[in-house]
Ligand binder design. Sequence first.
Ligand SMILES: O=c1nc2n(C[C@H](O)[C@H](O)[C@H](O)CO)c3cc(O)ccc3cc-2c(=O)[nH]1
Length: 319
Amino acid sequence: MRIVVLAGGIGGARFLRGLKRAAPDADVTVIGNTGDDIHLFGLKVCPDLDTVMYTLGGGINEEQGWGRADETFHVKEELTAYGAGPSWFGLGDRDFATHIVRTQMIQAGYPLSAVTEALCDRWKPGVRLIPMTDDRVETHVAVTLDGERKAIHFQEYWVRLRASVPAEAIVPVGAEQAKPAPGVLEAIAEADVVLFPPSNPVVSIGTILAVPGIREAIADADVPVVGLSPIVGGAPVRGMADKVLAAVGVEATAAAVAEHYGSGLLDGWLVDTVDADAVERVEAAGIRCRAVPLMMTDAEAAAAMAREALALAEEVREA
Ligand SMILES: O=c1nc2n(C[C@H](O)[C@H](O)[C@H](O)CO)c3cc(O)ccc3cc-2c(=O)[nH]1
């Protein structure tokens, strides 16, 4: 079975670990969000690609969900000693090696998709990880700080400000000019099922869908598209999805996120059992809906969610 998954950071990576466990023989292609990418100290950092690669490759810092395990921060400390900022983004020594290799290859002329393939040769994530585009897309957030309206990089909003101020607008800068990376549209066209894991619907999956051609390819694919709600009980399971949902005028509920994606895209939607009362509203939107446990407390819980998503996809396919 060929499965395509649109993935952002931590939620997407943890779901993928469950999917591999639930469908060990499936051929999984992950279309990774690159809107979170940031250039620091002359290096290109790709948080969402690295989180998928490290999580599935066994190198992730498990409790953080990002960065490497057994990390040290000597380079960061030395940079701070030189007054070289920013100091609010925690780049570890092991993680720096990934960004050095990536930046070297990009400067040698390799596209991000080829670089990602090369990095995955080491990590062997067990999925094909393709960036949504090889072109530069960086999500910026419009905020008002000290009375002044400004656009800041998503990572500054997310990490330095902890999303503590309202996001007035979310702009994936460069998305309109971006082209899907090689293999993205082909993977969607050949997929037997497309999954939207519980990643951030605005800055992760929404950014992937903002690359011209990707939303259309999924909408036109006559295979089941099934998503899992990142919102449980009116709050994001992790992260601060509610802050960015407000920016696009979407209430932080499992049903509202399904409606945001729309029945033109989604055929099925899983909500957590605490949101069972949302099933009727989602079905009224033309999206088949089931209430199942959605807390990825461990790999087996994530596998159970993946099995439920695949089962709903088959139910949709037969409908
Ligand atoms: O909350 C934080 N998230 C950090 N993240 C997470 C990152 O902001 C998120 O993973 C995504 O951008 C959102 O999904 C990092 C991810 C990397 O790949 C590399 C370094 C960091 C550093 C931080 C950090 O210092 N604090």
